[in-house]
Write a protein that binds this ligand. Structure first.
Ligand SMILES: NC(=O)c1ccc[n+]([C@@H]2O[C@H](COP(=O)([O-])OP(=O)(O)OC[C@H]3O[C@@H](n4cnc5c(N)ncnc54)[C@H](OP(=O)(O)O)[C@@H]3O)[C@@H](O)[C@H]2O)c1
Length: 385
């Protein structure tokens, strides 16, 4: 039995992780669950279903209720309590949303545990710090993001001594709900429009990021951090069917792609089982019905967030942390209906103009950069037209 800790168990990734574990009951045992702490009913139901030794919540708001309703277990509270899940099991699935996931990422890697990483924000904001934590313990980091899981699988086609044989990584993007619309046509889109993703059912923050293509921009930085490939060799192509999850082209022109139905339980299962595979398929491609696969270039004019992410990644230091923080604040403001959808990249660009040149040499520097970027972005939004 492989022991599993799930940080962010009440979210889209967390609940799907529990489905994968339930499909392979002889193989995985969930020993720890953790979440923000707002969704008490679901967390309590999950704890009764899997009987974890530890439950952690980031916020103490519903602590008294949790103490009464949880089955016997150790209850941990606060950012540190949640982060402690990183060291609690052989594999830690980090499905926390946003920068709050950094502490879990660093704790898992620091303890030398395998990290099944869905929380891309920790890698984007803290890339150099996460890289050092990985190197210090040699901990495995297996990506859960479907595109990076695909690249991880494609790279298996390469001899272990040939990392310089990668010509380029091609990340696929569904294009989100606004694919094909011009900038002018996007001026009045609503929160409901942005949350109506055509292919993936995900949490609200990543769904909005998918609609602006910031999600793909964050994934470009994620690919750079995970696979050490420079930005000139990471490309994005829009692929509406979301069947090709990404591709790697090698120096001889051969391209290896990973194809499967769009279902996050495949990459979650891959990260749990690596280097093996789980035995349960969550859907199979019916080749007799898959009549076409379309690919087209992204529209940088309608979706400027993608270009912002490339720029931030190329500069490095704490610029990606600022990009991520400004985007989190701008997306939250959009979901609160305080700014329009079309303002999101403009707010992020204005925040990046205020970047203070600080380095990203330690976790404390990254955390301070994240805080300053959030303050700047909130100030910008207060005065936003
Ligand atoms: N969903 C997908 O298909 C998908 C695909 C690829 C990558 N990802 C990545 O996976 C991560 C999670 O996405 P999601 O769609 O699963 O999000 P989600 O459905 O919104 O779930 C977020 C989870 O994080 C917890 N959380 C929120 N704020 C927290 C905090 N301050 N401290 C600790 N935990 C907190 C939530 O707990 P409460 O319920 O208590 O608020 C919930 O368990 C994101 O980084 C996303 O980019 C997701």
């Amino acid at each position: 039995m492989t022991t599993v800790a799930i940080a962010g168990s009440t979210g889209s990734i967390g609940t799907q992780t529990l489905e994968v574990v339930a499909a392979e009951p002889d193989r995985y045992q969930v020993v720890a669950l953790g979440a923000g702490g707002g969704n008490v009913d679901l967390l309590v139901a999950q704890a009764h279903a899997v009987g974890p030794a530890v439950v952690a919540v980031a916020e103490a708001t519903h602590l008294d209720e949790l103490k009464v309703r949880l089955p016997p277990c150790e209850l941990r509270v606060g950012e540190e309590g949640l982060a402690s899940l990183g060291a609690e099991a052989e594999v830690c699935v980090n499905g926390v949303v946003g920068f709050a996931g950094l502490a879990v990422t660093l704790a898992a890697l620091g303890a030398g545990r395998r990290l099944a990483l869905a929380n891309k924000e920790s890698l984007i904001a803290g890339g150099p710090v996460v890289a050092r934590a990985r190197a210090a313990t040699g901990a495995e980091l297996v990506p859960v993001d479907s595109e990076h899981c695909a690249v991880h699988q494609c790279l298996r086609a390469m001899a272990p001594d040939g990392p310089d044989r990668v010509a380029r990584i091609v990340l696929t993007a569904s294009g989100g709900p606004f694919r094909g619309r011009s900038r002018a046509e996007l001026a009045g889109v609503s929160v409901d429009d942005a949350l109506a993703h055509p292919t993936w059912s995900m949490g609200p923050k990543i769904t909005v990021d998918s609609s602006t293509l910031m999600n793909k921009g964050l994934e470009v930085i994620e690919a750079h951090e995970l696979f050490g490939v420079d930005y000139d060799r990471i490309e994005v192509v829009v692929h509406p069917q979301s069947v090709v999850h990404s591709m790697v082209e090698f120096t001889d022109g051969a391209t290896v792609a990973q194809l499967s139905l769009p279902d996050m339980r495949l990459p979650i299962g891959y990260a749990l089982a690596w280097p093996d595979r789980i035995g349960t398929p969550f859907g199979r491609i019916d080749w007799s019905r898959l009549s076409r696969l379309d690919f087209q270039p992204p529209d940088h004019d309608a979706f400027p967030s993608l270009g912002l992410a490339y720029e931030a990644g190329r500069v490095g230091g704490t610029v990606p942390a600022w990009l991520n923080a400004a985007n989190e604040v701008a997306v939250a403001a959009f979901l609160d209906r305080a700014i329009s959808w079309i303002s999101i990249p403009d707010v992020v660009a204005a925040a990046l103009d205020r970047h203070d040149g600080s380095p990203a040499d330690s976790a404390d520097e990254v955390i301070a950069a994240d805080r300053r970027a959030r303050e700047e972005t909130r100030r910008l939004i207060e005065r936003w037209p």
